[in-house]
Write a protein that binds this ligand. Structure first.
Ligand SMILES: C[S@@+](CC[C@H](N)C(=O)[O-])C[C@H]1O[C@@H](n2cnc3c(N)ncnc32)[C@H](O)[C@@H]1O
Length: 219
């Protein structure tokens, strides 16, 4: 095994952020307001938001799908990457935090780029896949873990060859390798991870950032 960082201290996380590119003031404001919420841990961390932007820019993304809007942190990061002529389609079963999201999407000048739909993600992507295929540049999956396999299958249909399917929470903060884990999402995540690793339609790597992040390049 090559050199590995086995523990991430808060200091190392802060250092990583300090030597990475900076997200916009609007994104920082949205993250700070989200952090006052009881479910703040659900928002994308800064390193993941930066990685989403970097990957979206690397493929000059124009059409992006964001599964799981919450307060809109991932949608905002992606909208800033696709630019004024791009589109971010974002889905959530709840619109509880939409007003907060929209305030910062407006502040960033990307409200017109983001299209929110209140819907179950699988149902919404099934609907989308009826009208288009091989047309999306990047999909970020960050909602219902039990539906990951179904959503991934739809994502494969929707994403262009050379585009990305990015999946959050795939290591469940390390619990994935604990044999006695009682986290209810872990069995579905293990099954999902194993099926992605065998999937010849993608090249995938799982990174230990955030709660674990899978980056799958559609071949
Ligand atoms: C982890 S949060 C998303 C965080 C967001 N991507 C961000 O960057 O801050 C997960 C969201 O998925 C939504 N969700 C849960 N089940 C869903 C489903 N079946 N379809 C669509 N959204 C769902 C929840 O309401 C929640 O807002």
């Amino acid at each position: 095994m090559g050199n590995q960082i086995t523990e991430y201290s808060a200091e190392l996380y802060d250092y990583r952020i300090s030597v990475s590119s900076r997200l916009s003031d609007a994104w920082q404001g949205l993250a700070a307001e989200t952090d006052h919420l009881h479910q703040a841990q659900m928002r994308s961390s800064e390193d993941i938001a930066l990685l989403l932007q970097t990957l979206a820019k690397s493929v000059k993304a124009e059409v992006v799908v964001d599964v799981g809007t919450f307060t809109g942190c991932s949608a905002l990061a992606l909208a800033e990457a696709v630019g004024a002529n791009g589109k971010v389609l974002t889905y959530d079963i709840s619109d509880q935090h939409l007003a907060m999201a929209q305030k910062y999407w407006d502040a960033a000048g990307v409200a017109d780029v983001i299209e929110f739909t209140k819907s179950d993600a699988t149902a919404a992507l099934k609907q989308l896949a009826k009208s288009t295929s091989n047309s999306v540049d990047l999909i970020f999956m960050d909602a219902n873990k039990k539906a990951y396999s179904d959503v991934f299958e739809l994502a494969i249909r929707l994403v262009k060859p050379g585009g990305y399917i990015i999946v959050d929470d795939t290591l469940w903060a390390g619990k994935i390798v604990e044999s006695d884990s009682d986290i209810r999402q872990v069995p579905a995540l293990r099954e999902f991870n194993e099926s992605v690793s065998r999937d010849a339609r993608v090249q995938a790597v799982v990174l230990p950032i955030g709660n674990g992040l899978t980056i799958a390049l559609k071949l």
